[in-house]
Design a protein around this ligand. Structure first.
Ligand SMILES: O=C(O)c1cc(=O)[nH]c(=O)n1[C@@H]1O[C@H](COP(=O)(O)O)[C@@H](O)[C@H]1O
Length: 230
């Protein structure tokens, strides 16, 4: 797979989303992420309508439940022909393996979310009471995901070299929390620029607001692609 710039479509309504997509030339091979906000509102028919336009798809549902429920959900999603699906690595070994079994025979890559990029060391220690350094927690969850059949993880770009070291160089590291130098960080904590993410070995970046909230979304996307592909 080419290393994609994945656009997170976090829109409150479908017209806004379609208007955003219409800014792009028809032949621009976009890789789109549908997350909880849009999926809860518009469900699979919306995903399908965008799939039918020929986009690559990342369905970001961050599943986190008992193994049986996750497996059965993944068996359904396996029929949807999406390139990537997320579960939370903290759901545990059996849940990750069950998700992978549910996706068996499909094109869908299973990505396990390690520590959300909106959580820093302080939140980890004080709110979640995890007595580990953030980078140790991330690498622990990445190894758990690797050992139980996930195709890759979601993490901050900052952790990619450590993750590849404890797993494998071809274990996918897809990284949100991407902020070009001039962009607002917002609720993200562990951030990197597109150029940093590239040099740290990220296999794909996920970018939302710096593109979707820009006055010219297409130009913002092109600028990020240029920095990423340099
Ligand atoms: O799974 C994700 O995609 C994800 C994991 C994570 O740790 N952090 C994270 O920001 N994301 C998603 O990546 C996108 C980032 O959006 P922006 O912060 O607007 O660039 C959002 O759709 C988040 O749901």
């Amino acid at each position: 797979m080419n290393k994609p710039v994945i656009v997170a479509l976090d829109f409150a309504d479908d017209f806004e989303c379609i208007n955003f997509l219409n800014q792009f030339p028809k032949d621009e091979k976009l890789f789109l992420k549908i997350g909880l906000e849009m999926f809860c509102q518009f469900g699979y028919p919306f995903v399908k309508s965008l799939r039918d336009r020929g986009y690559n798809f990342f369905l970001d549902l961050k599943l986190h439940d008992i193994p049986n429920t996750v497996k059965r959900t993944c068996e359904m999603i396996a029929k949807w022909d999406v390139q990537m699906l997320t579960v939370h690595a903290s759901g545990g070994a059996e849940m990750i393996a069950a998700a992978k079994a549910g996706l068996d025979g499909s094109v869908t890559k299973l990505l396990a979310v390690t520590q959300l990029t909106s959580l820093g060391q302080t939140e980890l220690a004080h709110e979640l009471q995890v007595p580990l350094k953030s980078q140790d927690y991330v690498t622990h969850l990445a190894k758990l995901a690797y050992d139980n059949g996930a195709d890759g993880v979601i993490s901050s770009a900052l952790e990619v070299p450590m993750i590849k070291e404890v797993t494998s160089s071809d274990f996918l590291c897809v990284t949100p929390g991407i902020r070009p130098k001039s962009a607002q960080v917002g609720d993200q904590k562990r951030v990197a620029t597109p150029a940093q993410a590239r040099s740290l070995g990220s296999d794909g970046i996920v970018v939302g607001r710096p593109i979707t909230q820009a006055s010219n979304g297409y130009q913002a996307y092109m600028n990020i692609c240029e920095e990423w592909n340099k």
